[in-house]
Design a protein around this ligand. Sequence first.
Ligand SMILES: [Ca+2]
Length: 431
Amino acid sequence: MSRAGRFAGTVLLFAMVSGVGAACSDANGEPTPTSTLVATQDQQGQTTTIVPGVTKGTQTAATNTPSPPGEPPEVRLVDAFPGLGDLARPVELIAGDDRESELLVALQDGRIISIVNSPDAPEPRDALGIREQVSRDGNEEGLLGIAIRAEELGTSRGSIFLYYSVADGQRRTRLSRMDWSRTSGRLVVDPNSELVILEIPQPFANHNGGKIAFGPDGFLYVGLGDGGSGGDPQGNGQNLATLPGSILRIDVANAMDGQPYTIPADNPFAGETNARGEIWAYGLRNPWRFSFDAQGRLWAGDVGQGKYEEINLVVAGGNYGWNVVEGTECYRDGCDPSQFNGPIAVYGHDGGDCSVTGGVVHEAKDSEALRGWYFFADFCSGRVRAFQPEATEIETFVVLEEGPPVASIAHISRGLLLLSFDGRIYRLAAD
Ligand SMILES: [Ca+2]
């Protein structure tokens, strides 16, 4: 199957992933990118000279000069693991050890695979398989997030946290912890060691959020969608008494039976009546992927209903507007958008855009030209966009017009990796 064919074939899946498949909108008043820069996509296998942390050949950091202020970098995608077979719906990639010689990739069907961090990586090994307990009934259901505390990566055993849709019983998602150890140097998770941290009833199959990550403060952040359907019929986004529609911040350092987590005392709603203390920020529709940058700032993509896709800078107690505001416009008539935390970047549904995949600020150990830009993607169109967070006025550029269906973006020292539902993991490279 041709690459173009693969991409076309995944557009429908995308629309479903975002939950906006039936909600196409007109383009009136949509903000448009100020610049369109088309970069070519490399063929698979072009970058076989790359080794972890080092970029050889013509793509050395020394030859990549920073982009002039305000000018977007020229980028292309290279297959990061050309020796690997296609992966089935990869949704997260994290380091498996402190040298990043091993990487863990979560597959939506309930597997975690271990791959060698090298372009000529041999076929993956299984680190965990819990397909029988993970629901894939809905397109957006499945194993959606994994996280390991960075301090544990240099050790021989530790804990991994998982977020997935539960197969049995009432429709719900689960945050849980399992133990891992190393066998022949590779991380293996023990599925029998599961401790359930938190379960969230899910009234509908879509909008499950699913990104989980430890912040620089050591607390676990959990992205939850609004509960699903369309338009947030339960009003979870603006309801502080319910968890959906929020990013949570919880302390799982001493998780145990009977007290699987605690609420940090400095959480914005800790101790308030009629509010869940776990909530760090709310008013989110489906925060599909978030990340922390080197300064500790939390960036989240929020998938729109039918008109606008957002990138938000998430702060304690922030209310990002859903379901009163979509983007910078009223979703409910007569609202006042200035009452909410507005998005840092927003784009409309022109040209096939329909579902944002939140990205990362590139620390660019591999390329000076990419340093400091926040890169993110649209799952439906395949476009990759970028902006400079430090700019006085945020200006968003399309840096890649035709890309694959990127479901998640990860950041390791080797570079910025885009996990695509075409089965490949790409590295973003400077041209
Ligand atoms: Ca919003």
